[in-house]
Ligand binder design. Sequence first.
Ligand code: UDP
Length: 240
Amino acid sequence: MKTDILGVGFDTLSPEEMVRAAASLIEQGGFHYAVTPNPEFLLTAEKNEAFRAALNGADLSMPDGIGVVYASKILGRPLAGRVPGIDFADGLMDWMVQNGKRLFLLGSKPGVADLAAVNLKERHPGLLVCGTHDGYFKEDAPVIAAVKEAQADVVLVCLGAPKQELWMAQNGPATGAKFMVGLGGALDVFAGHVERAPEAWQKAGMEWLYRLIKEPKRIGRMAKLPLVLFQAAGARVRGK
Ligand code: UDP
């Protein structure tokens, strides 16, 4: 059962439960995917039906922004808390090491995924990275073939939204991978190109502010975010 926040379903699981749920989906066989919506996703999904369908077609959906958690509270159906996609990926990689699963990194500018692979193998000794591909390809077929050839179990799909969700929903099953998760700019963080907020900022729910200070050009994107709270309040008043 997912919790509906402005038309997008979310799982009410803790970060640890989310990793356990992904592990059991991987063991189950077949293809599964996870999404990490933040408030910007909700605004885009409102106007983009294909994106909304790709989000709601996911097996797992984690609130990757404090704004989603606030909106859930305003709506009167509070989510368990934030589950940053990047932390989820770290937990999943620990499980993958213990279980000998193969990881493929897809996305970002050429060279970034390779650098991320080096750093991730250092952070998770024994991690099996079976392939990488940049995110600026014109045709899907060679990328699908690369994932298939690498016999990947799990793919981190970092193409930005809504591209990554549409890509997973459409092409995931053909790759033979068992699990994919859309992670936006995570490879840039893993590669060390983008710095994450210190833990104290993360715990205070202020990661967005830290990011804004580091990348002021995001102000246009972020200025829209309070809209999600207004919409949640509107929906509550209308009794939705
Ligand atoms: N990207 C990509 N292919 C594209 C467009 C974007 O691989 O066609 C990558 C981009 O290089 C960046 C990520 O997707 O690494 C999107 O980052 P963004 O900051 O938008 O994501 P967020 O972290 O905000 O979800």
